[in-house]
Write a protein that binds this ligand. Structure first.
Ligand code: NAD
Length: 722
């Protein structure tokens, strides 16, 4: 028989309370060993005459961060099935919840997933106000599998339980108290003594002994519960139409309400076993670890360089991006100077920042006091006079090489010697931008995505001359403004825009040859993107698209698809959503509707480019549209990997999800490419390149992987040049 590794410690006090401490540092993750140890400790304590009641607590002020995510998404055999049944029913329900002595959970730090589910089965929960509680399993493509789907609704009521489970929401101890999820709050240094007293009070019948699985007073009557569950189903379908696990989870909750909690527990265990092996779970687990991996930058984060203090930040340009970036820095409590070229543009920029912050306050993301405080950190200027003590400048002026070159040369004159110069350029090679600047070691790219105050990605571009210190400083800043930073090398379009440039190009190529604009957008949104390429082009604006496009045409003339469509639309004063006319027409509320007049521009562009219409393209299936738009993205991502622009393939997954909204449940662009298979992608691209030209031609990296049938991005041969 396998020996269990001891993961809990039982200590019995003179008051007759047995304290069971989970000891599985650093996060006290729950594993089979933890469960077996807990079971043993509880059984021992229940047997002992000197123990009246029990308290379960986690070591090092952390209750338990839940199950080990590395075990999700792996193939599970019969043993796992038995284990899951054992954990949920035999341990949580029959040993812990049914113990003959009251058990109190004393919660500090994280109590997530399986960790919280242990606490839910205890007879009372006491927590610190800063503790974090949540059933976060849905974010990994699974569902709570240790009775959480049955106990949480019975403790907090169905609507609140659904909100927590469906959104993988984390609550502070303070908020959990309001819901009835915890019974009392105690300061950290008194947590254990309050829990002890509470346990003894239960023994003395001064407080109730609650078995949450059979608690019914918070459950709505069946008819009402069904209405709530059906509403949750339709919201889940609307939010994530391609995902089934949220619906499975609702079915499991319903089973417990209709057929009783024990039946619900069995259905939950069965569902968990299935979901743990699903493609969605594999993709979401990959995404979770890929995001963590971005924190490691070889040769940078492993050096002993401490970030310097950045106190004052200047933003150049108060347009769409500058105002969003300023908002992000203010929310990170930085002093921000916003510079514009004239009074009118400056006041428009400052107004945008204020509106952004007010909208945060309206949504309850910041308090009114915080709004006032951060607004006092903002200053608008028209010259460089106040730049003499600025630590970091983010340039967000128009996408124009000579303007940016001039601005960077000016900065050198007015800023202190330590000041970092970052550009938010979408596509211009940073060496070009810094051509007129002497101190090129202080230059790097800080590429934010629109809207900058919300989008979670910061693409940091280091040139061959960027100093390590400057990079370390910006990485630290990115944490403070709550962005996930992906560090990439310097090239035209960097990683994100370069990967996705072929996406819009393929869309344009297809419509000029007969495909339908609105059908393409529909297929792409059905795939899971936030919007299709044409709706996106309208949002970004045609002038930005032309400015960026010109960089690609200059750099990659041999494979860029040249189209006259957007210039023709610009001639007609169509600039996209800002002019309420682009590929769509927009009403005052920015609601988009298809424009029948678009055909005119497409036909004109076709004539100029001498393109022949292929009637088959008007009958493309949604799957074919997805392939024709995304396989070129995979192809470009392969070039990026081959050139060593990205540190690792999974960084491109993160960049595609957080920068462009590629669905996280597909794992990111490279993960998805591997799921489809490099061989298939390569052969399709080869077929299309024979018909439509070089634009579709697979790159050598992709061809090599297709031939060898090796997954994209796993080799060490193409070492990063970063
Ligand atoms: P925008 O036209 O909305 O704003 C640019 C602002 O810069 C204008 O208000 C202009 O008056 C100001 N400006 C020009 N010269 C200046 C100077 N010398 N000092 C101070 N201000 C000056 O443009 P935007 O969409 O905010 O784009 C700004 C930059 O961000 C561009 O490089 C663009 O490529 C990049 N970017 C744009 C997006 C996007 O979605 N629009 C996304 C990422 C990056």
């Amino acid at each position: 028989m396998e020996k269990t590794i001891k993961k809990t410690v039982l200590e019995v006090g003179a008051d007759g309370v047995g304290i069971i401490t989970i000891v599985n540092p650093p996060l006290n993750l729950v594993s089979v060993d933890v469960f077996l140890s807990l079971k043993k400790s509880i059984e021992e304590a229940v047997q002992r005459d000197d123990v009246k009641a029990l308290v379960i607590i986690g070591s090092q002020n952390k209750f338990s961060a839940g199950a080990d995510v590395t075990t999700f998404g792996k193939s599970q055999g019969k043993k796992a099935h038995t284990e899951l049944g054992f954990l949920s029913i035999e341990f949580v329900t029959d040993t812990l919840e049914a113990a003959r002595k009251p058990i109190v959970a004393a919660i500090d730090g994280p109590a997530f997933g399986g960790g919280l589910e242990i606490a839910l089965a205890c007879h009372t929960r006491i927590s610190t106000s800063a503790a974090q509680l949540g059933l976060t399993e849905l974010q990994y493509g699974i569902l709570p599998g240790l009775g959480g789907t049955q106990r949480l609704p019975r403790l907090v009521g169905l609507p609140k339980a659904l909100e927590m489970i469906m959104m993988s929401k984390r609550l502070s101890g303070k908020d959990a108290l309001k819901l009835g999820l915890v019974d009392a709050i105690a300061p950290r240094d008194k947590l254990l003594s309050v829990a002890r007293h509470w346990a003894l009070d239960i023994v003395d019948y001064r407080r109730p002994w609650v078995v949450s699985l059979y608690k019914n007073d918070r459950l709505e009557p069946l008819a009402e519960a069904r209405i709530i569950l059906n509403l949750a189903r339709s919201q889940a379908r609307e939010r994530t139409p391609n995902l089934t696990h949220p619906l499975v989870c609702i079915d499991v909750i319903e089973e417990g309400i209709v057929a009783g909690p024990r039946s619900g527990l069995w259905k939950e265990a069965e569902a968990l076993l299935q979901l743990r092996q699903s493609d969605t779970c594999k993709a979401l687990v990959h995404f979770f670890f890929a995001q963590r991996a971005t924190l490691k930058i070889p040769g940078v984060t492993d050096m002993v360089l401490s970030p310097r203090n950045i106190n004052k930040v200047a933003i150049l340009g108060g347009g769409l991006m500058g105002s969003g970036i300023a908002t992000a820095f203010l929310l990170g409590n930085y002093h921000v100077i916003l510079k514009e070229v004239d009074h009118h543009l400056l006041s428009a920029g400052l107004d945008r920042v204020k509106a952004n912050l007010q909208s945060h306050a309206k949504k309850g993301k910041i308090t009114k006091d915080k709004l006032e405080t951060v607004l006092s950190l903002l200053k608008g200027v028209l010259d460089y006079d106040s730049f003499k003590d600025v630590d970091l400048v983010i340039e967000a002026v128009l996408e124009d090489v000579s303007l940016k070159q001039q601005v960077f040369a000016d900065l050198e004159k007015y800023c202190p010697q330590h000041c970092i110069f970052a550009s938010n350029t979408s596509s211009i090679n940073l060496d070009k931008i810094g051509e007129k600047t002497k101190c090129q070691n202080r230059i790097l790219g800080a590429h934010f995505f629109s809207p900058a105050q919300f989008m979670p990605l910061l693409e940091i571009i280091r040139t061959e001359r960027t100093s390590l210190q400057v990079l370390v400083d910006l990485l630290n800043v990115s944490k403070k403004i709550k962005k996930t930073a992906v560090v990439v090398g310097n090239c035209t379009g960097f990683a994100v825009n370069r990967m996705f440039f072929p996406f819009s190009q393929a869309a344009t190529l297809l419509i000029e040859r007969g495909a339908d604009i609105y059908q393409i957008d529909q297929a792409i949104t059905n795939f899971g993107m936030p919007m299709g390429p044409f709706r996106l082009a309208d949002l970004v604006g045609f002038r930005v698209a032309i400015a960026s496009g010109s960089q690609y045409i200059e750099k990659f003339p041999e494979r860029v698809y040249k189209s006259y469509l957007i210039p023709l639309m610009l001639e007609d004063k169509r600039e996209g959503q800002s002019t309420r006319k682009g590929f769509y027409l927009y009403d005052e509320k920015r609601k988009a509707s298809p424009d029948p007049e678009i055909v005119k521009f497409v036909e004109k562009a076709r004539i100029i480019s001498q393109v022949i219409v292929n009637p088959q393209l008007s009958r493309l299936s949604a799957g074919e549209i997805v392939e024709m738009l995304f396989f070129p993205v995979v192809n470009e991502a392969c070039r990026i990997l081959a050139e060593g622009v990205a540190i690792r393939a999974s960084d491109l997954d993160i960049a595609s999800v957080l920068g462009r909204g590629f669905p996280a449940y597909r794992g990111g662009i490279i993960f998805w490419g591997n799921f489809i298979g490099s061989r298939y992608i390569c052969s399709r691209l080869e077929d299309w390149s024979k018909v439509y030209g070089k634009f579709f031609e697979p790159c050598p990296y992709l061809v090599e992987h297709a031939m060898n049938e090796t997954p994209l991005g796993t080799e060490t041969k193409h070492a990063s040049r970063l």
